[in-house]
Design a protein around this ligand. Sequence first.
Ligand SMILES: CCC1=C(C)C2=CC3=N/C(=C\c4[nH]c(/C=C5\NC(=O)C(C)=C5CC)c(C)c4CCC(=O)O)C(CCC(=O)O)=C3CCN2C1=O
Length: 497
Amino acid sequence: MNATNDDLEVCAREPIHIPGAIQPHGALFVLRPGDWTVVQASQNIADFVNDDVRCGEKPRALLAQVTANIQTWYQTPEPAFVFTCPELKLTGLAHRSDGRVIVEVEKSEGLPLDEAFTALRAFTQRLGAEAGIDRSLHTTAEFIQILTGFDRVLIYRFDDEWNGHVVAQAGNGNLPSYLGLRFPASDIPAQARALYASNTLRIIPDVNYRPVPVEPTCDPDTGKPLDLSHSQLRSVSPLHLEYMKNMGTGASMSVSIMVEGGLWGLISCHSAAAHGVSQPIRETCDFVAQSLAMRIGALDRAEKAARSLELGAVTSRLLAIMAAAPDWKQALAAEPEALMSQVGSSGAAIIDEDELIAVGEAPPETDIRALAAWLSEQAADEYIATSCLPSALETAERFAAVASGVLAIRISAFRSQWLIWFRPELVKTVKWGGDPHKHVQESGRIHPRKSFDAWRELVRMQSTPWEEAEIAAALNLRRAIVGIVLRKAEELAQITS
Ligand SMILES: CCC1=C(C)C2=CC3=N/C(=C\c4[nH]c(/C=C5\NC(=O)C(C)=C5CC)c(C)c4CCC(=O)O)C(CCC(=O)O)=C3CCN2C1=O
């Protein structure tokens, strides 16, 4: 039976940050600052630190020295403390959580730091030499695949609705290609995305792992469950483990790509069989993701600046034309190409009460008037922009071919005075990784879909989305027109007074 949106909502509320267990490729204990006593520990702690850590006691022997160093760190503003314990062949990480210090340890292995640095330097040189974003994404996927040895590395980009698009890929052929496929937002629900914006690297070395409980389950003083939001060993949602098995992956690692403080996408790594990656290599991958994010941010800013400059030139031309004309509406209508290129549209209309002027590819007059009436009912002071008008105004289906996209600026708050740009429908076929609507409801809970084969969807009644720079250009023109209208009104008032 297909799951409903409510089921997906329940899934998006799963408290993944307090699983009460960790993955077995490391061990964890919790210190109470002040007396530095161990208040909780994972059931496998002795496998990593012998008998040096016991609940209710201070860490002993080698871990006593580690704890002393943690106490020194605890007095600093540093968010985390990375340490090694060569005698026990351990690397570790300490971080604060709910007034406690969570200490996680793993076996030391893998890439020495100088080799990691050499690899990083080679990568940043290659990245700097890449001209555009596509090559930067592919260079990153190729580098991470070689560095980590995962079978497949994807660059997964979120769109405005949090659906994901695989925009770059590198692999050794052991796993199917997902390049170009899209995945629904529900595959990575909101609470997971929020977690990944702060905890930027997660690894699941073996999808068939048996979770290791943390004991006692709740903090003995506060009774609160242990918050593993910033942990590296956190046991992950059983739902996601099922998803990975359905996808035929035995191990995964995800690294968040944070651009301008927002989750732009993920570097998502998979292997068919269990596959681990050492702490130094993981740190290197996190740094690579940060380097890529800075590159994406710089390229995005440069692209927006160039687009703003291009549109600014058109705005200046239109302002000059309106300033020299007795009527701004007729002036704009006399320059249809400039008016339409102001925001990259294929048609436009100017409505001022009964007066209507249309240029380029525009709906019939009656439909434009009905659209203006609908726009006037919307709670928008300055503008309304949509790339899918029929989803908001059903009657717009009949002119979707020429106006699926609408960008409308309100000239007057008191009368029906609008400047509207139109964009045509862009019919496209979207390839999903499996049927995005096919989540299965079984035995009282939702299950991830089992097929990720390309599933094609014909997308209708949508135009190319309006860019930030285009909306900004529309608002620049609006400010000029409102200024002209106000000046005309003042002149008229002076004449008639
Ligand atoms: C091929 C493109 C691709 C997709 C679509 C994808 C999905 C993905 N889902 C992730 C996480 C989760 N999904 C879900 C839930 C669902 N996944 C589903 O398919 C469905 C129906 C649900 C229930 C809403 C949950 C709870 C989590 C949080 C797991 C955790 O960190 O504890 C995660 C993050 C897992 C991680 O970072 O460890 C991913 C990344 C892996 N990945 C991909 O590479």
